[in-house]
Write a protein that binds this ligand. Structure first.
Ligand code: FAD
Ligand code: FES
Length: 286
């Protein structure tokens, strides 16, 4: 983890109120993995004390570039839209734990709700580079909010659902999952909490059937991998990337806690933001 200056090289409003920004930040791009995030400070005169967390949307270690994709929801995100190429800001990263892909997984199912695309987008690049097949299920309120195909690698199979039926499947993105469940070795999701909760329920029925989750389990002897370990996460059918309000983003303030299935508090900034869905107590109401 490093605290470094990043230089804005491009900034574009790609959808109404949604921005894609590219930053030149070689040290932050080196070694970053899909699922991790940066904590970004607004400028000295913005009057905002707390940094803002953003997922690594894409990372290119060769050119030293990373992108973030965000929606303007408040003062901080609005401030970022007023930056111009050449402006420099301070970023802390890479933070948090990444998605864990089992080396035997050939078929990855990515599920994104709205801005959740920013949480799984980098995983599509990583998976394609490693020769895996990727299907992305994307859900939005309406056609005007649909992530542009042109921003995805050609290799990705892209399926859209909209709440109002203006494009793609008419309904929630979660309704598409059963069609791909048998095909997928692992699934990775980011989006609103109700979406993640619904997916976690679906994943329970998948446990122990087909795919890596079953392959990874040795029969008979052998100790189970500790929950939360990379090994255990790799064997889970579904991994989710969670978003909570954050203060420090380095594990000190406990402002980002969710409850685990065993009742232990989990810091989204340290133990997450990626978790195996079965690690979380989805009904705890944190
Ligand atoms: C690990 C992580 C990764 C994230 N990645 C992205 C990303 O890639 N793209 C993106 O657009 N957003 C992302 N977020 C959410 C983003 O950090 C907030 O939208 C941002 O900090 C809001 O700042 P603001 O000053 O504009 O809004 P504020 O003025 O602070 O708040 C405006 C509104 O946004 C809500 N809000 C603020 N922070 C969060 C948060 N952390 N989670 C949920 N709601 C929040 C507030 O409740 C309020 O309703 C991520 C959050 C986390 C924890
Ligand atoms: S944000 Fe401070 S502990 Fe996670």
């Amino acid at each position: 983890m490093r605290l470094l200056d990043a230089e804005l090289t491009a900034s574009e409003e790609i959808l109404p109120g949604q921005w894609l920004q590219a930053y030149q930040a070689p040290w932050l791009a080196a070694g970053a993995r899909a699922g991790q995030f940066v904590h970004v400070r607004t400028g000295d005169f913005s009057g905002m004390v707390l940094r803002r967390p953003f997922s690594y949307n894409t990372v290119d270690p060769v050119s030293g570039t990373l992108t973030i994709h965000f929606r303007t929801v408040g003062k901080g995100t609005d401030w970022f839209t007023r930056l111009r190429p050449g402006d420099r800001i301070e970023m802390l990263g890479p933070l948090g734990r990444p998605f864990e892909v089992d080396r035997r997984s050939r078929h990855l199912l990515l599920i994104a709700g709205g801005l959740g695309i920013a949480g799984v987008r980098a995983l599509a690049d990583e998976a394609i580079r490693e020769g895996r097949q990727v299907t992305l299920l994307f859900g939005a309120a309406s056609a005007r909010d649909v992530y542009p195909t042109s921003l995805l690698p050609d290799e990705v199979e892209y399926i859209v659902a909209t709440d109002d039926g203006s494009v793609g499947h008419h309904g929630f993105v979660t309704e598409l999952v059963p069609d791909y469940e048998a095909w997928a070795d692992q699934a990775f999701a980011c989006g609103p909490l109700p979406m993640l909760r619904a997916l976690a329920r679906l994943a329970v029925s998948r446990r122990g059937r087909l795919g890596v989750a079953a392959l990874g389990r040795k029969r008979g002897s052998g100790r189970a991998d500790p929950p939360g370990s990379p090994q255990a996460r790799r064997k889970a059918f579904l991994q989710v990337s969670m978003e909570q309000h954050m203060g420090c983003a380095v594990g000190a303030c406990l402002g980002c806690v969710v409850m685990s299935a065993s009742g232990a508090p989990q810091r989204v900034c340290r133990e997450g933001p990626v978790f195996a869905s079965e690690e979380i107590d989805w009904e705890a109401g944190w």
